[in-house]
Write a protein that binds this ligand. Sequence first.
Ligand code: GLC
Length: 647
Amino acid sequence: MDETTLEGALLEGPLAGLDAGDQAVFLERLRPVVDDLGRLVGRLYPDAESGELVEALVRAAARRFAERPGTLRLLDDERLGKPDWFQRPSMVGYSAYVDRFAGDIPGVIDRIPYLLELGVTYLHLMPFMLAREGENDGGYAVADYLKVDPRFGSDEDFDRLSTALRESGISLCVDVVVNHTADTHEWARRALAGDPAFQSYFRMFPDRDLPDRHEAHLREIFPDTDPGSFTWRPEIERWVWTTFHEYQWDLDYSNPVVLVEMSGVLLDLANRGADVLRIDAPAFLWKELGTMCENLDGAHQVLQVWRILTELACPGVLLLAEAIVPIEDTMRYFGSGDAAGRESQLAYHHFFMVLLWSALAEQNARLLTAALRRAGPIPPGSAWCTYVRSHDDIGWAITPEDAGTVGLDDHLHREFLSDFYTGSYPTSFARGEVFQFNPETLDRRVSGTTASLAGLEQGLDAGDETAVDLAFARMRLLYALVAAHGGIPLVWSGDELALCNDPADPRVDEDSRWIHRPFLDPGDIADRLDPATAAGRMFSVLSEVMAARARSPELHAQVATVPDWSGNDAVFCLVRSGQVGRLVVLANVTASDQTVDAGRLHELGLADGALDRLTGRHRSGDVDLAPYEVVWLVPEATAGRGDLLQH
Ligand code: GLC
């Protein structure tokens, strides 16, 4: 179908009810991207009639554009006028389970003032759409993508929530579990009933031949509890591809109908008021025999299709890729080569998170500095989501090359980190749990809250005030670093109250990640106002860090982020430097006093004294840092610039 025919079909079809101005807006957005869409579809589905498929995808976008509520259209226009809205230093994220954070969705609405106190401008709520009954991986086994789970509220509550958040200046991030559905989703149920059209939504095999050939190359995600990547379903006498749990069925994107269906889901969620679509596990979307079936070109092309469709229907909405894969692979989710900047705008910086914990265990910043330098810059219209902890485990993603550059053995180092953070290393301050021991690779991932991993639990149990102080200093350091890196720093729910592990959750035995998914009880929340409590102490640490960030134009995501050498291996140094100015982060990752000498500071661009944006203190000469102290230094001459940012 040529362009004119396609436009005609849209004008008679999904755009028919719009006025001429709005129709023109959509068509103008479409013209520059329609060929790209055709190329992508052609590559993904060389055997399909690409014109028809392009039309189906564009129609899906046009329909959602036509249906998009007026307030969201206004927001799109506003964001098109300030495309860096999510890169600004005022962005602060918070991630939480609806029930654990606030009971239900109306409860979340009631807690908006609490989030505002922390400076939050972005809220990621863990999956709250209808999940499978029974085991559902914390909501990541979705039975209906568009219906709110009654455990959390109603569809109207979702509307009320998105309106209330928008009115408070908070963007909403919603999960879209694109790689798999629950085995109770209607598509899966129809497949189980024997309908071949729906069986072709999934990857199913009558015998072990292909599963075995695939498994020779696949990584096991849950080796302990769900070994293998295929599950036998006797009802249909088929092996079903299940990368994660056996009740999570991988969708088959080589069937273009699946791409069209899931594109509609994404756009519908955007029209319900999601500002950020968290694309869950995109690495696994595309599969090819003889490969690991992770990060394949097809997965990237699917994301590029979604980028185009969201820009057509809802250009104020962002894609966030949850690709927890080696850093060079993660970076490709921002788009690479010709497609640089044409995939997701956001991705999780899990590598930085791992390296931070590694530096604290090792009391040394060399690996952190050397490995982080490898991450390099990302396309200008993108940003990292940085974080200290999330609802997931920590996998020690340190490669032989990373470890080798600083003379470490990667395997031994990963062993050390697992020992350290599960508390079995002699000098450990941490209390974490093993998640998914893999007997083949000996990998042991780790669960635990920030507070427990940073030493608070151990310090409190021992009644050791010094240990408690050190734990708070570590937590401040971690959050001050993720806040300074560039991108959106995410606070994991409960960290702001220094909550320790909760081993009482009955699911911990089966899945240790539940240990760090605490309920926020009203008592802890009330304690945030009492500086004598752990909750009060941490809440003020975090809100101060985030307030200082908002005052620091140098922390805008478009300002370059360069890990540098401080001249002292115990002190991590990160330089943020661009037209708006220069900010030098120094962080002592050890429990002893450290110094960065004046000569090195001079080389780092801080010749005549500096202001610490975190505390407002002036520094000159050698900079002495107390255990785990972190400073954000700006040259005195530019220190006043933060005021400009308030406008
Ligand atoms: C993502 C989620 C994780 C979940 C998995 C499967 O990695 O963060 O919690 O288990 O996807 O959906």
